[in-house]
Design a protein around this ligand. Structure first.
Ligand code: NAP
Ligand code: F7E
Length: 350
């Protein structure tokens, strides 16, 4: 049985990837950063131990800022694969905690790769690095692909740039089977509530139920290439099953603005947004009732914004046979239906 170690196991992608790896019959070591409060909500239905198909799930404790815990875990399990998904992944927050973000997102990848080397696992352990479309930042080309120059715009992206090149370097210098997945935004009902898509689907569901007055947002004109996280973990897995290590963009090739996302969600709930005002004074009102549903709060603006991202995943399609399965509409429906039910439960438990 092959063993896969997943860092960032409690996050959105970690929870989908663990299910994928278990379905492939793996022994999965899920690295958890233990805290005084539980962070296991996305894994609450997964029991530690042997699963019904013979695969196995093991929870282990570790932190990307703590080399001994990484050495201990890698040494104990000698995994065939490491998927490094752990990160301080909030771009806005990275401007407030730049050093911490660098430690986890940049140095964390180095700590893992150097531990693999020191433990003599360079020939055994394949490594996936969760790289990001944020590397393209102030984009130099449209759409963005593997050869597009990087132009990072945040401490998050700069830390991820360090991790990207560290991954390439360990592949070239030490022969580690190491891959960068340069993933464009991917969302799901398990997305953190601080990211804009989930903030909108949950906020709109709460607003309709009378639990929230309005939605306060930042830059509505930023454009993103949004896919479904379930499709993207398939691509991560495929990258480590190839004959040779390489770097791949995963994206849908479609881009929409935050405003488009908002209008789609509100339409599905029976509202029609009409816009008035400009900049921080802009408001979105319901056409029928005149009720203000959306307002701008400048605290959600970023010191430096990434305005436009749209990926070209041709290489992943050709070499991995990967393509996204969910449409944009299916993604929004999946998130919104989930959040409507979540709000109903919230009301029941009041
Ligand atoms: P996420 O939901 O924010 O999950 C991040 C995970 O990292 C959580 O499990 C978190 O644990 C863990 N973590 C944070 N700091 C840690 C540390 N010091 N040591 C160990 N674990 C730590 O992120 P995601 O959306 O699943 O994304 C997964 C990865 O892909 C991240 O590296 C992200 O930067 C990258 N990425 C994401 C996207 C996207 O659109 N989702 C696109 C491109 C790249 P806690 O539960 O303890 O906080
Ligand atoms: O912002 C704008 C904001 O925080 C998207 C992470 O997974 O994907 C994610 O990073 C856009 C930005 O995601 C609000 O200014 C407007 O332009 O949902 P987000 P992100 O920054 O694109 C990449 C690929 C990653 O790698 C990251 O880890 O939406 N926006 N108003 C807002 N954003 C937030 N969060 N909140 C607002 O109120």
């Amino acid at each position: 049985m092959k063993t896969s170690l997943v860092t960032g196991a409690t996050g959105q992608d970690g929870s989908y990837l663990i299910r994928k790896l278990l379905s492939e019959g793996r022994r999965v070591c899920a690295l958890i950063r233990r805290a005084s409060t539980s962070n296991m909500s996305r894994l609450s239905d997964l029991r530690e131990g042997i699963q019904s198909n013979g695969s196995e799930l093991i929870y282990c404790t570790g932190d990307l800022t703590d080399t001994p815990s990484l050495m201990r875990t890698l040494g104990e399990f000698e995994p065939d694969e490491v998927y490094n998904l752990a990160a301080q992944s909030d771009v806005r927050l990275s401007f407030d905690v730049p050093e911490f973000t660098g430690e986890v997102d940049g140095m964390g990848a180095l700590r893992l790769l150097e531990s693999i080397r020191r433990l003599g696992l360079t020939e055994k352990t394949r490594f996936y690095q969760a790289s990001t479309s944020e590397l393209f930042g102030d984009v130099r080309e449209k759409p963005q692909r593997e050869t597009t120059p990087f132009a990072p715009r945040s401490p998050y992206a700069i830390a991820k740039l360090f991790a990207y090149w560290t991954t390439v370097n360990y592949r070239e210098a030490f022969g580690v089977f190491a891959c960068n997945g340069i993933l464009f935004n991917h969302e799901s009902p398990l997305r953190g509530e601080n990211f804009v898509t989930r903030k909108i689907t949950l906020g709109a569901a709460r607003l309709r139920a009378g639990l929230q007055e309005k939605l306060l947002l930042g830059n509505l004109d930023a454009r993103r290439d949004w896919g479904h996280a379930q499709d993207y973990v398939e691509g991560m897995y495929l990258m480590l099953q190839q004959d040779k290590p390489d770097d791949y963009v995963l994206a849908t090739g479609e881009q929409r603005s935050v405003r488009d996302f908002l209008e789609t969600v509100f339409n599905k709930l029976g509202y029609e947004l009409v816009w008035s005002g400009t900049g921080a004074d802009e408001k979105g009102k319901d056409r029928k009732t005149g009720r203000v549903l959306v307002e701008i709060d400048p605290q959600f603006y970023r010191p430096a914004e990434v305005n436009y991202l749209c990926g070209d995943a041709t290489k992943a399609a050709d070499k991995l046979g990967w393509s996204p399965k969910h449409t944009f509409d299916e993604l929004v429906d999946d998130m919104l239906q989930h959040d409507i039910k979540q709000v109903e439960r919230e009301i029941l438990h009041r």
